[in-house]
Design a protein around this ligand. Structure first.
Ligand code: GDD
Length: 320
């Protein structure tokens, strides 16, 4: 079986590649050209001899066509995205081009070149915006009212995937993934930013950490667990969408408390708020109901919130 992953050099792309290789898949992936390739390819450098990568961009239809024609994949995992929600307010058009039009480019190429393949779209809990069901969860039926350019673009892509499934009878599916982290997460996302800074502070290398909103809540899982869910969703015989979440929620403030406490520090002495990190509109609360994927496939996360945080702290302790 041949898998083609856009966004292979990202956090999820790297864990997914490892998982697919373990299962005997041939893994192909698309990489966007950057001026410093070492930075971009650091997460997959250890897989260099086992995977095949191609330069391309979801915004560049000709590159997608060329790669799909050459690879003829059995499964396409579309993970490529401008993945930072706050930055999407600074670059809304680039975000929409990549996260919405880019997905449409992928779908059109898929429909024309390898329609018998399966297609997975990395959809996001950011699409819900501030909608929460009465029981405090978001699920597939929760109305979607996104509050960021990122979420709006992801929602357009989500709808395109459903549309292509219905209109052209393609096996195209969405996984609505809630936040998922790991030591491979870029350090401008809040979990890794806090873990890194707390270790720096505990080593006397930094005094303060500037953050934005401390009172938003997120449902944080581990990328390692979530790529396993992704694979189950796309290899399901029926083309249907699923939510992937832990069902637990913590505020950014609670996250700070836990991380600093693990290092014997009082977070309130080191955190300062900086306007720079406050979003023009904030998604306040996420907590996903992943009962359908748990019941249908027996999927459940192996990491707990604590074990994930401990792993990230250990990573920074080793490096700093
Ligand atoms: N990044 C960041 N930096 N976030 C901060 C900071 C800060 O200094 N201070 C507070 N926060 C808050 C944000 O306002 C948000 O409420 C929360 O921490 C989480 O922010 P991020 O880690 O940047 O993640 P996100 O929730 O915006 O988006 C992530 O999850 C989505 C799924 O819901 C990303 O992974 C998206 O790509 C993903 O789709």
């Amino acid at each position: 079986m041949k898998a083609f992953i856009t966004g292979i050099a990202g956090q999820d792309g790297s864990y997914l590649s490892e998982y697919l290789l373990e299962m005997g898949y041939e893994v192909h992936g698309m990489i966007r050209r950057q001026s410093t390739p070492e930075n971009q390819e650091s997460r997959i450098a250890h897989l260099e001899s086992k995977i095949k990568t191609y330069y391309g961009d979801v915004k560049d239809r000709s590159s997608i066509d060329r790669i799909l024609k050459e690879v003829q994949p059995d499964i396409i995992y579309n993970l490529a995205a401008q993945s930072h929600v706050r930055i999407s307010f600074d670059i809304p058009q680039e975000t929409f081009q990549t996260n919405a039009v880019g997905v449409l480019n992928m779908l059109e190429a898929y429909r024309g070149i390898c329609p018998n393949a399966r297609f997975y779209q990395a959809s996001s809990s950011e699409m819900f915006g501030n909608s929460v069901d009465a029981d405090g969860y978001q699920r597939i039926t929760t109305p979607m009212h996104p509050v960021s350019p990122y979420g709006i673009a992801k929602l357009a892509a989500y709808n395109f995937v459903s549309h292509y499934r219905n209109a052209y009878k393609l096996h195209a599916v969405n996984g609505i993934l809630f936040n998922h982290e790991s030591e491979r997460r870029a350090s401008n996302f809040v979990t890794n930013k806090i873990c890194k800074a707390a270790v720096m502070i505990s080593n006397g290398l930094q005094k303060e950490l500037a953050l934005g909103n401390l009172d938003s809540f997120r449902d944080w899982g581990h990328s390692y667990d979530y790529v396993r869910a992704i694979h189950k969703i796309v290899t399901n015989d029926k083309a249907e969408d699923f939510v992937v979440a832990t069902g637990m929620t913590f505020s950014v403030r609670q996250l700070c408390y836990i991380v600093f406490d693990k290092l014997g520090l009082d977070y309130s002495k080191h955190i300062k708020q900086d306007e720079k990190f406050i979003r023009p509109e904030e998604l306040k609360y996420l907590r996903g109901d992943s009962k359908p994927i748990r019941e249908k496939f027996g999927w459940h996360p192996q990491y707990t919130f604590e074990s994930m945080i401990e792993e990230m702290i250990e990573y920074w302790k080793d490096r700093i």
